[in-house]
Design a protein around this ligand. Structure first.
Ligand code: ZN
Ligand code: ZN
Ligand code: FE
Length: 748
């Protein structure tokens, strides 16, 4: 009765390639459970490019891929899934093939915080890892800071020296176990331990004693994930003061670690978005608005930087003390200390260390939120080394050495930019060694050898000289163009489309040899050109003016009014110093010209008497001005755009004459800078038909300004792009250099 129909040849087997962050995050066990659940046969394995899956079974490949995408483990990031037909091999089961090899992928996993399941086990008395400070699983634990090389296997980590006991080994080999191939897997019988040192005596254990010392007001150096923290009881003003003496920091904000969200909420007003970031897998330090004043933590500014415990060791300590200062242990501006031998004893009364070595030091990340958007104040632990895809496959492998302050390095390989953690100021010898450690680490991790090296235009930077000595072609990128290109890179934007690149910044070497920092570039069709800039004013004292904001107030008031004004901080400066500085400006001695908007913020902060006489940390004067800004202020001050120059003299005159409270003046000043951006944007729209605006540069760490600029530009109907995955500041310079060089030398 039925007609003869040729059987439909159905390709039942599929080969699936998944790329992204899929190694070291529990991806293979997840695939295994999924395949088992769907009755599929085949295997899953790690490859140099991600994960490869072979499945065969009853035509379930589509729903398999959907579930793969939809229910991946929390710390995985799938960039691409490629599905190809494959031949049926008649597999009897689904297995995890643990062989891996080949050339290293661009994906190394970042460090992850203690997950909920491990947290519960940590505090369950009957659990075999009860109170064990190194508990972890495939969803949590250290990664980047303990990896010596890829592929990410135990032998390539600092866990190699700890031989797993039979029970741990059983978990490690069992595909249905949460600890299947959890490379740092350990327990009290076989894993690392902690040691307490006091008065030259080192004993195993000692978490209780360490907490006791904290409660007694002593300073504890604690070895964590990416290095040492210095801890003290945040409520003990004398301990905080001693810590300030030891770190030689008068006012620089100290980060806090709080036991839980309730503790955070007791001292700060936390929004829903901020809570989400505090609890996120990266567990960064989040800047939140103060509710109560805790003496000595962050004098002069309205926020605290707070984080929650992110390792089991932190959780065990915080169980007994609700709020501590947890600041990176370093010597002045140097790198975070990672070994006992690096001088951490001199900074503390006692030490709690452990014997799991740290390969790669790494600070805590710092974030703040502006109208729900995140701003990276410091990008490090948890976010590094997450690769940034750039939709552009040049043939060249690029090493970008960045700039000088708040530096990072980046490498570009296989269409991805990988950026290091925050490395600090390159003037410090320790930080320069840190930079070399990172380059060596990246070279091993990613089997990376550069074809091209990039650096800043500044002839005297250490990184410029390093690039010149590399023996490869060098691409020099102007500092603020690099800022703009970093934002283009993170949003995957092509520089072919016309754009206005706004770079408001502290300092960068300009194409004319002057100090730039208030620059507006017009770009498109692969070109970029400076179209507008803030009027040059004298930066009396050169770099000294960055430390003493009154020097900028002097330069600005003399330019705007023809004479110095003795108000605000200027009224407190020593008479002789002030006269000498004034004369130097008149004679053009030691007074290089600058268009820096960072310095303009310093000037206004000093005129209002908000800035200190001498700052204790970078951008202190500007942060204080932002801190007092009245959010309700609607007006702005006058300014003038003449030709390519943005003249701020009228603004300065208006600020000097305004009798409103400093908070209102600050609010109006923030509005003024937003209005400058708007005005230039309008002009470029008319002149060049630009519809796309890029906001970049360290000044956009200012949340008030960033929020206002974005809101008003959107109202104007232009597309606005601002930094979100990277810092607006100089940590992004190496990224911008890499993208710039890829586009310009990509086919070289
Ligand atoms: Zn876990
Ligand atoms: Zn064990
Ligand atoms: Fe900069």
């Amino acid at each position: 009765m039925a007609a003869m129909v040729a059987p439909k040849v159905e390709q039942r087997a599929r080969r699936i390639h998944v790329s992204g962050i899929v190694q070291g995050v529990g991806f293979r066990p997840f695939v295994y459970r999924l395949a088992k659940d769907m009755g599929l046969k085949g295997f899953v394995r790690n490859t140099p490019h991600g994960v490869e899956i072979h499945i065969e079974g009853d035509g379930a490949s589509r729903s398999f891929v959907e579930r793969l995408r939809g229910s991946a483990p929390p710390n995985a990031r799938i960039d691409r899934i490629e599905v190809l037909p494959d031949t049926d091999q008649g597999y009897a089961d689904f297995t995890i093939d643990t062989t891996s090899g080949g050339e290293a992928t661009v994906f190394a996993p970042p460090d992850l915080f203690l997950c909920g399941e491990c947290f519960d086990e940590l505090f369950t008395p009957s659990d075999r890892r009860y109170r064990y400070p190194f508990i972890n699983c495939t969803n949590c634990g250290p990664r980047y800071t303990i990896i010596r090389g890829l592929p990410y296997d135990r032998v390539n980590t600092t866990m190699k020296v700890f031989r797993m006991c039979p029970r741990c080994d059983g978990e490690y080999r069992d595909p249905s176990d949460r600890r299947f191939h959890a490379e740092p897997n350990a327990c009290p019988d076989c894993g690392p331990g902690v040691f307490f040192t006091e008065g030259g005596e080192k004993v195993p254990g000692g978490i209780e004693r360490a907490v006791e010392r904290l409660r007694q007001g002593m300073l504890l150096a604690l070895k964590g994930m990416g290095g040492f923290h210095l801890l003290c009881d945040a409520r003990n003003a004398r301990a905080v003061e001693r810590l300030r003496d030891l770190k030689q920091r008068e006012r620089k904000p100290f980060a806090l670690m709080a036991r839980d969200l309730e503790t955070v909420e007791a001292v700060a007003d936390v929004t829903g978005d901020e809570k989400a970031v505090l609890l996120s897998a990266q567990r960064p330090i989040v800047l939140v608005r103060k509710r109560t004043q805790i003496e000595g933590i962050s004098p002069g500014i309205p926020t605290y930087g707070i984080m929650l415990p992110y390792t089991p060791l932190h959780a065990l300590i915080m169980e007994r003390i609700p709020l501590v200062v947890a600041t990176s242990a370093n010597l002045r501006e140097g790198p975070i200390l990672k070994d006992e031998s690096e001088g951490v004893r001199e900074l503390s009364d006692c030490l709690l260390t452990h014997n799991r070595d740290i390969v790669m030091r790494c600070d805590d990340s710092v974030l703040k939120l502006a109208a729900g958007r995140r701003i990276f104040v410091r990008r490090a632990r948890g976010f590094v080394p997450e690769p940034l895809g750039i939709n552009f496959e040049g043939r060249n492998r690029i090493l970008s050495l960045g700039g000088e302050l708040k530096n990072t390095v980046s490498i570009l390989k296989d269409g991805y930019i990988i950026t290091s953690q925050y490395l600090g100021d390159m003037k410090d010898l320790g930080n320069r060694q840190y930079l070399e450690e990172v380059i060596a680490h990246f070279s091993t991790l990613y089997a990376f050898v550069p074809d091209v090296v990039t650096c800043d235009l500044h002839p005297d930077f250490t990184t410029t000289r390093m690039a010149e000595g590399w023996g490869k072609p060098v691409v020099r990128v102007q500092h603020h163009m690099a800022h703009v290109f970093a934002v283009l890179a993170e949003h995957g934007l092509s520089p072919e489309e016309p754009f206005l690149g706004v770079a408001l910044d502290g300092v960068g070497y300009g194409e004319d040899g002057r100090i730039w920092g208030g620059e507006f570039f017009v770009g498109g069709r692969g070109m970029i050109q400076r179209a507008f800039h803030v009027r040059y004013v004298p930066q009396q004292g050169g770099d000294l003016a960055t430390l003493e904001p009154w020097r900028m107030a002097l330069g600005y008031t003399m330019d705007a009014l023809g004479k110095p004004v003795r108000m605000g901080v200027l009224a407190t400066v020593d008479e002789k110093k002030l006269t000498a500085a004034g004369n130097a400006i008149r004679q053009g001695v030691n007074s290089p010209l600058t268009s820096s908007v960072g310095r303009l913020f310093d000037a206004v902060s000093a005129i209002l008497g908000i800035a200190p006489l001498r700052i204790d940390y970078e951008a202190e004067a500007a942060m204080r001005l932002e801190g007092i800004a009245c959010e309700d202020a609607q007006e702005y001050y006058p300014f003038e755009v003449r030709g390519d120059e943005i003249d701020m003299r009228e603004t300065i005159r208006a600020v000097v004459e305004d009798t409103a409270p400093p908070a209102v003046i600050s609010g109006k000043f923030h509005n003024t800078i937003a209005q400058v951006i708007l005005t230039v944007c309008e002009a470029s729209r008319k002149r060049y038909g630009i519809q796309r605006v890029i906001l970049s540069g360290g000044v956009f760490l200012n949340a008030v300004l960033l929020a206002r600029a974005i809101t008003s530009l959107r109202e104007m109907g232009v597309e606005v792009y601002a930094p979100e995955k990277l810092s607006p500041g100089d940590e992004a310079i190496s990224v911008g250099q890499a993208y710039f060089a890829a586009l310009n030398r990509g086919e070289a």
